[in-house]
Unconditional design. Structure first.
Length: 216
């Protein structure tokens, strides 16, 4: 039945003019294209709806980012203050640590100087440098300048009868109570040259005399 109607429509109605036939065919084509056109419109509406939703989500996220950035900036200022306070506390602690090590070293030098000057036994006083302290050895990135101790062999020198003699001046403990005691008591007497020292001195003098004679 359908095939007969389609054939009849294709062949044209009896007595139908060409204009009428063209109008009828245009209507038939429009009816066939209507669903496709409507589908295109619906798909466009769906795309516009989804784009609007995504844009709204993006706008909402941007507002969230702005709020989060504001909170982080506010917290960052507080963090900077805490870092500075922590650094100041660390610097004070390191300064105190080094000062105590310096004081221990000074006490040890003073004790050894007094023991040497008056023939006493020097007490055992440990004076580690900060970098060798057991707890700090395990830490990495700790900035400790360490402590360099002054030498304990500062001596006064003179020559007597061509013999070079030495005695301690104890200047390494200057400013300490022990140094005041040494100053009040006086330094050790100059040591008496040994026979070997005198022999060496005589040899040196003889050599200098011979060299002087050769030059003349």
């Amino acid at each position: 039945m359908t095939s007969s109607r389609e054939v009849q429509e294709a062949a044209g109605l009896e007595g139908e003019t060409l204009e009428a036939k063209a109008e009828r065919l245009r209507a038939t084509v429009a009816d066939q294209q209507a669903p496709a056109m409507e589908l295109t419109q619906v798909e466009q509406q769906i795309a516009e709806r989804d784009a609007a939703q995504f844009k709204a989500h993006a706008q909402e996220r941007l507002l969230g980012i702005v709020r989060a950035a504001g909170s982080l900036n506010a917290a960052l200022e507080q963090d900077e203050v805490r870092v500075l306070q922590t650094q100041e506390a660390a610097n004070k602690a390191k300064t105190m640590l080094n000062e105590r090590c310096d004081k221990l070293a000074a006490l040890r030098r003073e004790a050894r100087a007094l023991a040497d000057r008056f023939g006493l036994e020097a007490p055992a006083i440990e004076a580690p440098v900060p970098a060798t302290l057991p707890v700090l050895r395990e830490l990495e990135g700790v900035d400790l300048h360490g402590t360099l101790y002054a030498g304990e062999m500062i001596r006064e020198m003179c020559t007597r009868d061509g013999v070079e003699l030495h005695r301690r001046t104890y200047e390494e403990i200057a400013g300490s109570p022990g140094y005041e005691i040494v100053q009040a008591a006086g330094l050790k007497p100059w040591p008496v040259p040994t026979p070997e020292q005198r022999r060496v001195a005589a040899f040196v003098r003889g050599s200098e005399a011979r060299i002087g004679g050769w030059k003349a």
